[in-house]
Design a protein around this ligand. Structure first.
Ligand code: GNR
Ligand code: NI
Length: 172
């Protein structure tokens, strides 16, 4: 197992549209296991392959506080969406920022599981929000894209400034 590096906004690689997974094999399962290690260490409640610079349609989530409900969704498709919910979202690729985003309240998704079997699942609440957030990553979309251009620029400038200070501190 290995912890992977998470790409951060405004890294252009986060804008890549992921391509479908062709075969669910041991190499993919090794990546999934590294992604769980990375997500739990962060800590976060979801992670898309895009964020670790793998541009395949794969995401994981676990919205429980005790790591008790890990989900792996490969080639996910939304079959149904219902209702509207607004919640504060954060993103491991935009560290330290939380903004309101409007999402469907209830979704039904079809995907392949880690054995390559087709599954369907219903989700609501935080899990539904998280799956929609992760599916956006697979399209190269970030939660800051729902904010105004001015707010996105402000976040980008602050993150770039923090990173400059961090590399200066490491160099000392
Ligand atoms: O850890 C995360 N928390 C979160 C909170 C509200 C809505 C979505 C998320 S996902 C995020 C992890 C992440 O960046 N996944 O892509
Ligand atoms: Ni995210």
């Amino acid at each position: 197992m290995a912890k992977l590096k998470i790409l951060e906004f405004p890294d252009a690689r986060l804008r890549t549209k992921a391509t479908p997974v062709e075969t669910v094999d041991d190499a993919l399962r090794a990546l999934i296991s590294d992604m769980f290690e990375t997500m739990y260490a962060a800590p976060g409640i979801g992670l898309a392959a895009t964020q670790v610079d793998v541009h395949k349609r794969l995401l994981i989530t676990d919205v429980t506080p005790d790591k008790s409900e890990p989900h792996v969704l490969i080639n996910p498709e939304i079959l149904e969406k219902d209702g509207v919910t607004v919640s504060d979202e954060g993103c491991l690729s935009v560290p330290g920022y939380y903004e309101e985003v409007e999402r469907a309240e209830h979704i039904r998704v079809r995907f392949l599981d880690r054995h390559g079997e087709t599954q369907e699942m219903e989700a609501e609440g935080l899990l539904a929000v998280c799956i929609q957030h992760e599916m956006d990553h697979l399209e190269g979309k970030l939660f800051v894209d729902y904010q105004s251009e001015a707010k996105r620029q402000r976040i980008r400038k602050k993150l770039q400034k923090e990173r400059r200070h961090q590399s200066a501190a490491v160099a000392m």
